[in-house]
Write a protein that binds this ligand. Sequence first.
Ligand code: NAP
Length: 460
Amino acid sequence: MAIATTDPATGEVLRSFDELTPEQLDEKLARAAAAAVEYRLTSVEQRAGWLGRAADVLEKDAGAVSRVITTEMGKTLKAAQEEVAKCVRGLRFYSAEGPGFLRDQHGDAESVGAKQTFVTYQPIGVVLAVMPWNLPLWQAMRFAAPALMAGNVGILKHASNVPQCALYMEQLFREAGFPADAFQTLLISARRVEQVLRDDRVAAATLTGSEPAGRSVATIAGQEIKKVVLELGGSDPFIVMPSTDLERATEVAVRARTLNNGQSCINGKRFFVHQDIAEQFLEKFTAKMAALVVGDPMDDATDIGPLATESGRADVEAYVDDAVGKGATVLTGGKRPDRPGWFYPPTVLTGITPQMKMFHEEVFGPVAQVFTVSSLEEALKIANGHPYGLGSNLWSEDPAERELFVRDVQSGMAFINGNTTSYPEIPFGGVKRSGYGRELSDLGMREFMNAKTVWIGQGA
Ligand code: NAP
């Protein structure tokens, strides 16, 4: 894919960027490796201070950066502003809490015959982040903030359609006062990730993106015996039981499916509704989905902007056409509007069966599949039959149902009576083909650290 900013609302290429030459890439890796030697020796207080300063710089730049996000990938300006605010929060979180996460953890010395034993957390060096376009600042930030706090050096290969967001990340950390090469952006295509990951100067990698990209990076990392964290796809279940407030559940269901123009890994994508309330749910949910305003993402009145890429929209259309061709019913949407740009309307489908591709895969656009079920057990059985296991969502006032859901849903995250979202304070990640490892919180920071065991004997 060419490295360029293309406005998804018009299809116009606004700016193109040259890829790094082999010499430039080599120089950047050399600079990253040199920076890692020095940077690991900086104090945690110093790093926390730089992160705090980065939050201030980002707050100052918020207006301009939000517009760049919207221009590059089509989410509404409102959503872009929220994304930037979340990044500021993430930076402040690691600035405040990072030093505590990095404290040595003392163990029971006597039981191991020592005077003292503890685990000390140390940086591992240069970490490569391969990131997607859908939350172009937040995805990169939730890698960068804990990595820099940990004393690691970051190199970012961002998605090819968000180069200005990618370059802003590098600029932000420089302006905040971090050493110039502590965080660098590499403008390279996906096929050059292998070379970077195999390079001895690179210690580990994290990838957020699709299953094929994850498989490729995990294979290479496996061969090189390098640590890797994978945040891949999701087709999150959103289960609604009779005890819940349907007005609120449908309101959140709409947000769950359409946030980020329906292109979030943790969008609720499959809705399982108990048969006793299915008719009312469908009526309210369909009406609310149909009422959303699709249009110019820069306009305050718009709820849903265009999809980010032309091929992304073609994929969504193909999933819907496949399902409809095999007997699914369209309650609203289902057809691209006749206008320039890569728009797709909020769509509600029923009658989804295992013969349809969307039953087993991920639809990355505002398309909801609604299933009617006779029990929570039935909902969980279908939900767990999917290869992904990222987030999950239950709406119920019944404590026994909540307990069953938390125990049996196959996902990295279980949210009850509220929308699934990422917070810097709590871990984020999946199971099964949604990947492995965790981001955010203390767990995310320690993924790329050496938990070094120290044992000190009684001595003389
Ligand atoms: P993608 O094609 O996998 O792209 C993601 C990143 O990987 C981009 O930087 C891309 O570079 C690079 N890439 C692509 N193929 C690669 C390969 N074979 N080797 C190394 N790098 C490669 O993903 P996408 O379709 O743009 O993004 C949507 C997917 O990301 C969805 O499945 C979504 O659920 C998932 N996602 C997951 C999370 C999570 O936290 N679990 C969050 C957001 C999104 P180019 O742009 O240059 O191709």
